[in-house]
Design a protein around this ligand. Sequence first.
Ligand SMILES: [Zn+2]
Length: 439
Amino acid sequence: MDPKLRISFYTAVKLLWSVLETLYEIAYYLLKNMESLKWEALLFYLFYLFGKRSGMKMFKRFLTAHFPYLADENEDWRRWATNQIELLGGRKWQPTKLYGRTKQLKRLDRKSSTTLSNLSQGAEAPERLFNMNKILIATDDGHGMETAGKRTPQFADGTYMKENEFNRAVIDKLNVHLKRNNFDVIHVSAGDTDVPLKTRTDLANNKIPNGFGRKADAIISVHANAAGSTWNSKVKGIEIYYRAGSKEGKKLAQDVQEYLVKGTPLINRGLKTDNLHITRESKMPAILIEGGFMDNPDEAILLMSDAYREECAEEITRGLCQYFGRTYIEVTPPAPPLPVGVNAVSIVIGSNDPYSGLLINGSSWVPAKEVLTVLGVKTWMFQKKSIYIGESSVETKIINNTSYIKSVDLVSLGILKGVFFDPNVVNTKRVLLFPKEAV
Ligand SMILES: [Zn+2]
């Protein structure tokens, strides 16, 4: 083929691909937002989409001229756009691709398997891709453990609580809830010393490299309040500070306060502004939470309780999720207790992750549905509280809404070659199942 022709053929393919890809992304966005589509968000998204395409850089240039921080492609630009789309009511834009522009042709086979039906199935892969660029929350527990004066008045027994005991406990729990909710977290006041305030905001701003290569998207500082140094029942409630004039700071404060007053017994003292280092020097929405009064005897008791600290951490996370337009992921409730004489045991089949089985009177019972599925048994059903495999019914126990069958019955039916208790442990914690055919 004439080399010139080949280049123009390649260019044509590239152009055609680019058009298809844009249409694909629009279709993807529409499907993703079908239930809650707002036209402003769609319009913004289209602008964004065209703005980021090569050859259509005008829009982007216009925006980066007005918002200089968008200049460093790609992450800031994308995060900003995503936030805007979410604020407008659209679901977050999830990039449908990870790979760079230069590898266009490699993309063909991956994309050619994309159909409308797997597009609408929540698209797992893009979710994972988006996680590479999580929202980063800076958390701050206020003071050092030994910071002078920051404590409750003395209780009758001569003890007191240091403010940082509360702050730290809430922040530690908050960090866990945030990570559980797929946020990235930077604790800017880690350790027992009173980290200088400037260090905290420098870390959040990534002026001191914080290990994430970017500034945080929000900073949360947790404190306990005090009106004086003696007990005072008149002062009470939760208040949140934000930087005067910061629209986003105020919105974040509103969202967090909404959940804190809903979820805790404390009253709402409202939102306040003050000239505080944390809210003033942070280059992102910043709030300082005063989670109750240390010098109010009733609130001091709460501030010392693990349950109240846990509640605060959870409600702050809910507020952050709301602010960033995410659905809060509930804590998975602990498994209900097992009946007396029934013990949990791990069921190991080949290299699969262990299944949760039971040990009753020295026999192992396996969760029927999971195990029959992994063993490739297709002819089974659940009828009249019993499991049937082929024609034969097998002894079935239903415990906490799961049906279990005995592993030895699977041997009798010729599905398993053998069942062994883990030979390495004295008290059996594992049961090894050997299938007829490897799974
Ligand atoms: Zn404080």
